[in-house]
Design a protein around this ligand. Structure first.
Ligand SMILES: Nc1nc2c(c(=O)[nH]1)N[C@H]1C(S)=C(S)[C@@H](COP(=O)(O)O)O[C@H]1N2
Ligand SMILES: [Mo]
Length: 340
């Protein structure tokens, strides 16, 4: 289920009841007893833990972070040539305030061994067929220990909706959502890179030229990681009619955590650019809203575009990235409107 872009026009944060939803496996529990639920922490640790949601709330310092959750394959439906997978438009993303306990604090309380290489995460849901690999994901140990990585028990000030991972999910700000394991009930410290299907075979990008290759080209691959800088127009859709005169254009921008430095706006398909005004800063992992204006004359069509630049100097490209799994799209998007 994806979020209509117009929802992102209404506030910095995506309402829980409009947040996109994606699950790989269909054996998703329909009810969960929040009191009986436990997160197990085990593997290469000196002290195994079994934590209730109450333990997570009370035994660890609560932290809150605004962060974008974006599917690796967001916008996959626009790939040319087409690629298999969920044919998303641009709505497989959302921004929320996540509140929870730092994974680093939890891991430290379990006393991980010196040989820890990765941390593996599993949720409650199961595959319906025994031949389907369970959905498990792993982060390198140093990434898992970053202070912004949390086990979240709240989303925008409320319990997580069931479909977004109730009662707790992993939040890995800056990283694609594949690592944000929902209904997280198993955390395992491991001594070698995880060899499960969802790390070893799926969710990998070509380890060359920015993750982009020509169709048919064979390359080594690596696990997908951080998000690329993107921006979208949120108040006008393709084919919209605007009144002649000064037209306000609003949108959002985000990246993998260096923050949005500036957003350029064009009303002529990218021939010339003006600087958009940035909105409230909710932190470097959040959506950053922006606005700009252009003058519209009756009977004219306008090809609107936005191009964001992140704090790390990266800028949205003018040409599309291609890879066989349909990941990492961050081309400058356009919206054509007519003044009448
Ligand atoms: N337990 C579990 N967590 C998961 C997944 C899953 O299939 N199972 N899918 C991941 C992927 S690929 C995405 S895009 C996000 C979607 O998060 P959302 O449904 O809250 O929007 O959840 C991630 N976490
Ligand atoms: Mo995803």
């Amino acid at each position: 289920m994806e979020t209509p872009l117009s929802v992102f026009d209404e506030s910095d944060f995506t309402p829980n009841d409009a947040f996109f939803v994606r699950w790989h496996l269909s054996g998703i529990p329909a009810t969960i007893d929040g009191r009986a639920f436990r997160v197990k922490v085990h593997g290469m640790v000196a002290r195994e833990l079994s934590l209730s949601v109450d333990d997570l709330r009370k035994s660890y310092e609560p932290v809150e972070i605004a962060a974008v959750c974006q599917c690796s394959g967001n916008s996959r439906g626009f790939f040319d040539p087409r690629v298999p997978g969920g044919q998303w438009a641009n709505g497989a993303m959302g921004n929320a305030r996540w509140r929870g306990a730092r994974l680093a604090d939890i891991l430290k309380s379990a006393a991980p061994s010196a040989g820890a290489v990765q941390v593996r995460f599993n949720g409650l849901e199961v595959p319906v067929s025994p031949s389907t690999p369970d959905f498990v994901k792993a982060l390198d140990f140093d990434v898992a220990m970053q202070p912004e990585v949390i086990i979240a028990y709240q989303m925008n000030g409320a319990d997580l909706p069931l479909l977004n991972g109730f009662p707790v999910r992993l939040v890995v700000p800056g990283y694609f959502a594949t690592y944000w394991v929902k209904m997280l009930n198993d955390v395992e410290v491991i001594g070698e890179p995880d060899q499960n299907f969802w790390m070893k075979t799926a969710y990998r990008i070509p380890s060359v030229s920015n993750g982009c290759i020509a169709p048919g080209q064979q390359t080594p691959t690596e696990p997908i990681g951080k998000m690329r800088v993107r921006s979208f127009i949120t108040n006008l859709a393709n084919g919209a009619h605007v009144a002649p005169g000064s037209v306000r254009v609003r949108g959002i921008a985000f990246d993998g955590g260096s923050g949005i430095e500036r957003v350029a706006f064009s009303s002529n398909g990218g021939q010339s650019w003006t600087q958009a005004q940035l909105g409230r800063d909710d932190g470097r992992y959040s959506f950053r809203r922006w606005s700009a204006a252009f003058g519209a004359r009756p009977g004219q069509a306008y090809r609107l575009a936005s191009r964001a630049e992140a704090g790390d100097g990266s800028v949205q490209p003018a040409t599309a990235c291609w890879n066989p799994s349909g990941y990492l799209r961050n081309i400058v998007e356009t919206v054509t409107v007519n003044a009448s």
